[in-house]
Design a protein around this ligand. Structure first.
Ligand code: PGA
Length: 241
């Protein structure tokens, strides 16, 4: 890992807008002096984005979204577009998270359309990829990663691919307390790198905690971490910073 490490929190469906702003106040009080030289971001629920934007002003912390719709606008009840996120100051969006794929039927084709829509608005897509336990046990890890990368990035120019961030999150490691080993992560990252036409940051996610974050951050081919559960408390997220 040469450049500034990415440390991204994925809050999933946690925190009201008031709880989110209170988190930032506590977090900045504890870590404001340690933020430099790192790309730190949090993806709260949509409803907390405006209060988070105000709370992080001047700190350099990036605010992202956890999902978006691919269309610019239209009759899509309940959905949010890239331009709406852009208007709030959102700079990155998680796309293809395994929970979106598993519970909301998100396909590689959908993810591909969303990535194009995010890029068109100048929002950095963080493309989440990862195999299930069944995939791994059937020795399908590389095939799954390759499919998710190739179909997720289909039709993009090399320059566009260069604006994407990848996150390797083995599904069996998410929220289970059982992270991948460093070797498993490094192997998957090295493979993902070979599947991509240009150099992009590759983050690791899946049960990253304060006590294993620095090992992942110093691992070869790992450019940052995507943190779920352990990003919800200012103390544990701050310890990683
Ligand atoms: P976890 O979640 O850190 O709680 O395992 C990671 C994620 O889903 O992005």
């Amino acid at each position: 890992m040469g450049k500034e490490p990415w440390i991204i929190g994925n809050w999933k469906m946690h925190k009201t807008h008031e709880e989110a702003a209170a988190f930032i106040a506590a977090f900045l009080e504890a870590c404001a002096s340690r933020l430099q030289g790192k790309k730190i971001g949090i993806a709260p629920p949509f409803t907390a984005i405006p209060s988070m934007m105000r709370a992080v002003l001047g700190s350099g912390i990036m605010i992202g979204a956890q999902n978006m719709h691919e269309a610019a606008q239209g009759a899509f009840t309940g959905e949010i577009s890239a331009s709406m996120l852009k208007a709030l100051g959102v700079t990155f969006v998680l796309l293809g998270h395994s929970e979106r794929r598993q519970y909301f039927g998100e396909t590689d084709e959908k993810v591909n359309l969303k990535i194009k829509s995010a890029l068109a608005q100048g929002i950095t897509p963080i493309l989440c990829i990862g195999e299930t336990l069944a995939d791994r046990e059937a020795h399908q890890t590389q095939a799954v990663l390759q499919r998710q990368i190739e179909q997720g990035l289909a039709g993009l120019s090399v320059a566009e691919i260069g604006r994407v961030v990848l996150a390797y999150e083995p599904v069996w490691a998410i929220g289970t307390g059982q992270s991948a080993t460093l070797q498993e992560a490094q192997e998957a990252h090295a493979f993902a790198r070979r599947c991509i036409a240009t150099d992009v940051p590759i983050l690791y996610g899946g049960s990253v905690k304060a006590d294993n974050a620095s090992a992942f951050l110093s691992a070869e081919h790992v450019d940052g971490i995507l943190v779920g559960g352990a990003s919800l408390e200012p103390k544990s997220f701050g310890e990683m910073i």
